[in-house]
Structures are given as structure tokens and as C-alpha cells.
Design a protein around this ligand. Sequence first.
Ligand SMILES: NC(=O)c1ccc[n+]([C@@H]2O[C@H](COP(=O)([O-])OP(=O)(O)OC[C@H]3O[C@@H](n4cnc5c(N)ncnc54)[C@H](O)[C@@H]3O)[C@@H](O)[C@H]2O)c1
Length: 256
Amino acid sequence: MELKDKVAIITGAAGGIGKATAKLFADEGAKLVLVDLKMEALEEAAQELALEPHQYLLVAADVSKEEDVANYVRQAKEKFGRVDVLFNNAGIEGLVAPLVEQTAENLDNVLNVNVKGVFFGIKHVLPIMMEQKSGSIINTSSIAGWIGFPGITPYVASKHAVIGITKNAALEAAHTGVRVNAISPAPIETRMMRAVEEGSAPGKAEEMKKAYTEAIPMKRYGEPEEVAQLVLFLASDRSRYITGSTYLIDGGYVAQ
Ligand SMILES: NC(=O)c1ccc[n+]([C@@H]2O[C@H](COP(=O)([O-])OP(=O)(O)OC[C@H]3O[C@@H](n4cnc5c(N)ncnc54)[C@H](O)[C@@H]3O)[C@@H](O)[C@H]2O)c1
């Protein structure tokens, strides 16, 4: 029970990586605050994971809106009295198209969710954790935070930004005992990759998946449960001397 009685907020909790992490955290004894855009999707996730009623809180929120973020943090504190872990995981891939065909609207949407969502989450959780003198924040970057990925420039920009925010927040919080780190997954088997495959070559998603898989040294996509294991490590006290770091979980992708 690595997270016994710890309170963990997970954003994007109805999606692939978020839900797998919620399951692992619940198995490890955490109390969960699950955040996503729609309450119905959260209710389905809670039911699927067979969570005990006393063990969780569901909050519908758009992480790109600061008032929504302030609200999920306030509700977490009111219900459980503290916040030990924030998994800033909600994200969108946005429009898949060459940079010259990208729209200002898509650029705004992707940066709003992927960058502002992470920023606001940290901004509103840090004061609570600093007062506690403990806590771990895990932000979700991507291999697209390390290298380019043609067709999703706004996403690549957003995931590079997450690494910068992570370093800065870690430096500002380090003396208080609060840690801030990020993870950078390669393609993972979730809805998001289906959208990227289809968006890259409409009607040829299968071929795109084969091509992406071929480019990964381990010759497969990762599973959401594998990402959840890294998040658990960074959330738990086993990583107590780690802050300001970004961990690749990529089947060797960025080593090439
Ligand atoms: N799947 C991959 O290959 C991959 C690789 C690297 C990084 N990531 C990152 O992992 C994270 C999770 O992605 P996933 O693969 O589980 O995708 P997903 O689409 O299955 O899940 C994302 C979840 O975020 C939620 N969400 C989107 N916008 C939101 C908003 N404004 N407010 C609140 N919730 C919102 C969605 O409703 C969804 O449930 C994302 O940040 C993504 O960029 C994914």
C-alpha cells in the first residue's frame, strides 16, 4: 500500500492513462479526486473501477479554466482535508495538420488545455502542499516534449512547455519538501493515438499505427498501466529525492 490514506487528484481521469492510474492508486490505498470534462464519463469510470463511495470524489472541470481548477482543488481539500498528489494528466492532441495549415483557434485550444491546465493545477495545489510541507506533483509531457513530431506543432509546443513549467515549479517548491516532476510517454494505447493515427492519414489509421510502431525500438506501443506504474513511483515516497526531472517512458524512442 504505497499510497495508503494519501489524497490524489487525477485530471483527465476518465481517459486512458488517467483511469489506469486511478485504478493503480486505488489499489495502493489512495483517496481519489477524479477530474474530467463530463460528470457522466467520471461516473462510468468510478463504476468500472468499482471504487468504494468513501474513497473518491468526482469533479467535472475544464482544466483550461482557472475557476474550474480552483474549484476542484477546493473541493478536494474540503472533502479529504489535504492533497498529497496531483497528477496533471488531462490533455488533448488537437488538430493534426502541417504547421502552415494550423489555425489560431487550434493553437489556443491546445495551449489552453495542455499548458494552462498544468499551470493552474500547480498554482492552486502548491499552497496546500507547501503548508503541509509535503506533496508530489506529476505533470504529463510526452516524447513530443523532447523531440519534434510532424503534424502536431501546437501539441509539441505544449509538451515542451510542460517540461519548463515542471523545472520552475520544482525549483520554487524544493525547499518546502514538495516535489514536481514530469513524465514523457511515447505512443500509448489510448483514444489519443487512434485520433493521431487517423488524423495523420485519414482512412489509413492501421498503416499509420504500423509505421509508428516500427519507429519504436521495442516495436510496440506502451500500455496505460505501464505509465501508471511510473506515476505511482513519482507519487510515492520511494522517489523522495527526485524533483524537477522528466522521465521518459518510451520503449527506447528518444535514445535513437
Ligand atoms: N496516448 C499517448 O500516446 C500519449 C503519449 C504521450 C503523452 N500523452 C499524454 O497523456 C495524457 C493522457 O492522455 P490519454 O492518452 O489518456 O488520452 P485520452 O484522450 O484517453 O484521455 C485524456 C482525458 O483528458 C480529458 N480532458 C481533455 N480536455 C480536458 C479539459 N479541458 N479539462 C479536463 N479534462 C480534459 C478527456 O476528456 C480525457 O478523458 C495527455 O496529457 C496526453 O497528451 C499521451
